[in-house]
Every structure is written in C-alpha cells, then in structure tokens.
Design a protein around this ligand. Structure first.
Ligand SMILES: O=C[C@H](O)COP(=O)(O)O
Length: 249
C-alpha cells in the first residue's frame, strides 16, 4: 500500500558525466514494478539530468530550496525555479543543513511549505546525534523535529510529506543503524502520527538514511516501517545504487 522510494542524494558530488551514466544505466534496467526512484543532484546538473533521465524511471529532486519565490537572496534557488526544471521532490532539514547552515525547525518548516506551495513533494529529514542517542534522547529529539513541522501543516499538506529518519552518527560514517534500531525509531514516528490521524500514519512513507549500501539495504528495507532509503555515498556508484533499488522490490 505504501510505494517504496529510493532517493539518491548526491550532496556536493557528481559530475555531468555521472548524470549521463545514470541516464544510460536506468534506461536499460528493469526495476521492481512498484518503486519510485529519485536522484537529487547539485543544482547545476538539474537541466542535464532532466534530459538524461527522460524515458527512464528516474525522477528529479532538489537538496534544498529557498522559502521565497524570488528576490534578493544571493546564491539561493526557489521552488518555483526548481519546478521549471522538472523537480518533483525536495529535502528539508537534512542534518548537514541543520548543522552547517544552522537551519532550525522553523527554517525547515519554511522550506517544507515552500515546496508544498509549488507542488514539490518534501522529504522532511530528522535524526539524532550520537550524543543525543547516548543520552537516551533519540525519540524525544526525532519526535520533536517531526512534530514541530507536522503540527503546523494543514491535514492535506501533511499527507504529502515523506519523512526520512537519518541518525546523524550514521551519515557518511560507514556506521549504519542496525535494522532493529532503525525500525524502532520509524515505528515510533508512525505511532506518534497515528496519535493524531491513523489513516495518515498508515500511508506515511518513511525512509531510512545513513550509510545504506548494496550490502545492507535489503535487511533495512525488509523492516515493516521502512518504506525506502535516502542514500548518500552509495548513490554515486551506479551499480550500487541499482542494487539498492533492486532490493526495494
Ligand atoms: O542524504 C543522505 C544521507 O545523508 C546518507 O548519507 P550516506 O549514505 O553517505 O551516509
């Protein structure tokens, strides 16, 4: 009932050649019938990606967006611009944005709304640091991040949000959460949402992110509350990314 989704977040990596390579590889591959696959390249590659991915199952995503449509915001890109380039998904609240660019819950909410306003599906990223996990605060932190955003959206907006749980200590470290650790937090997110709206919670798509790779994806994706993955490093190697997509079937 929940369509699995695998999203490849290239972060500030990749190249025009890699865009072409992905386009070719996915044009020649048969993926599981019910699966959404998204690539989030750096902004300069969006136009090339739109052309290279045409006719493939790959959809386009953006790693961030500015809350405004236009204006004096040097270096920023708006949701309206992203739509013009065929972007259908956008991250909000990735931990690298929260930490390196000091985007707090309010800034994350602004970006969620900006995406929703231009019909881009937002992927709300949440997750605890190692310090917070060790202090036994994982669920408190994650549910605060989820709750801050979801409580401020209209019901029809909430239905369009995807949530990615990414323990900060597992991102780019090679240290993956065990399937049980991930499942525990994902189940808590779903249960929390069910406290407000059972139908919404049942349909809510939850992704796991944090050192997901071709070797551990199947076990993670087999967990009952994990509906897909937000993949960083392993999304830069076409064979690895394809293997992750295949395990989501
Ligand atoms: O957006 C992706 C996540 O930050 C995971 O990155 P990673 O797979 O390199 O750990």
């Amino acid at each position: 009932m929940r369509t699995p989704l695998i999203a490849g977040n290239w972060k500030m990596n990749g190249s025009a050649a890699l865009v072409e390579e992905f386009g070719r590889a996915f044009a020649e591959t048969t993926l599981p019938a019910s699966l959404d696959v998204v690539i989030l390249p750096p902004f300069p590659y969006l136009d090339a990606a739109r052309r290279a991915f045409d006719g493939t199952p790959l959809r386009l995503g953006a790693q961030t967006l500015n809350p405004l449509h236009s204006g004096a915001r040097t270096g920023e890109v708006s949701g309206r611009m992203l739509r013009e380039f065929g972007v259908e998904y956008a991250l909000a609240g990735h931990s690298e944005r929260r930490q390196l660019y000091r985007e707090g819950d309010e800034a994350v909410l602004d970006r969620l709304l900006a995406a929703l306003n231009v019909d881009i599906t937002p992927i709300l990223c949440v997750g605890e640091t190692l310090e917070e996990r060790d202090a036994g605060r994982t669920q408190e932190v994650v549910l605060r991040q989820v709750g801050y955003a979801m409580a401020r959206l209209e019901p029809d907006q909430r239905e369009r949000v995807i949530i990615a749980y990414e323990p900060v200590w597992a991102i780019g470290t090679g240290r993956t959460a065990t399937p049980q650790q991930a499942q525990e937090v994902m189940a808590a997110i779903r249960e929390y949402q069910a406290g407000f709206d059972r139908d919404l919670a049942a349909g809510l798509r939850l992704l796991y992110g944090g050192s997901m790779n071709a070797g551990n994806a199947a076990e993670l994706l087999a967990q009952p509350d994990i509906d897909g993955g937000l993949v960083g490093g392993a999304s830069l190697k076409v064979d690895d990314f394809l293997a992750i997509c295949q395990s989501a079937g």
